[in-house]
Design a protein around this ligand. Sequence first.
Ligand SMILES: N[C@@H](CCC(=O)N[C@@H](CS)C(=O)NCC(=O)O)C(=O)O
Length: 223
Amino acid sequence: MSSNIKPLILHAHTTGPNPIKVAIALETLKIPYTLKLWEFGDDPKNGLKGSNFLSINENGRVPALEDPNNGVVSWESGAVMNYIRRKYDTENKLGPQGKSEQDIVDFEKWGYFLLTTLGPMTGQTNWYRHYNETKNEDALNRYAAQTYRCYQVLEGQLKKSGGESILPGGYTALDAHYEPWVRQHAYAELSLDDYPTVAKWLKKYGETEEVKAAYKKIQDAAS
Ligand SMILES: N[C@@H](CCC(=O)N[C@@H](CS)C(=O)NCC(=O)O)C(=O)O
């Protein structure tokens, strides 16, 4: 698939989870890409809120993906992942495996649950755990409890496949979406002890070639 494709440019940050899902998708499809790492802050040259990056994504957040093959620029990880699937996933390695309306709705609903709920609740837990200038135990407890609630919901879903994949039947883009956010449980100081199927899925998927390659590529670019 990769031979005639000019490398895509994935805009990322060394630690942020959202770009990693895009790297996992590109690795899964063996699409060539280069990484451009940005810093937090408003440095005009290198900052996510600086003029250079804002000309690529006016929201000042990563991921953003530039495709030199057709000039398309995408941002918001959900939109980026959908673009990659529409444009490059010719063998449907990342999309819903069934064609029924329920199959498609299941794929979409678990995607939205990550994008609107599990991801943001984990992000807010991280914020109140590590960054908020004044201690706010109420906010921290609220977001930690909400993240645990998401783990409980995910545990139920993953049990349907014995912890193999978010949707029964094999990995899809959803596994790429969830992996970096569930992996964040350690940084958020949340335990997966009560969610053994989530822990099993994370370990197994985290050891796949595409996931290892995505993390390595970001690490290599940072060093
Ligand atoms: N909803 C966005 C969130 C993107 C996002 O929050 N990215 C983080 C890194 S994981 C970021 O760029 N943060 C920079 C900042 O907050 O200034 C998505 O799914 O792409």
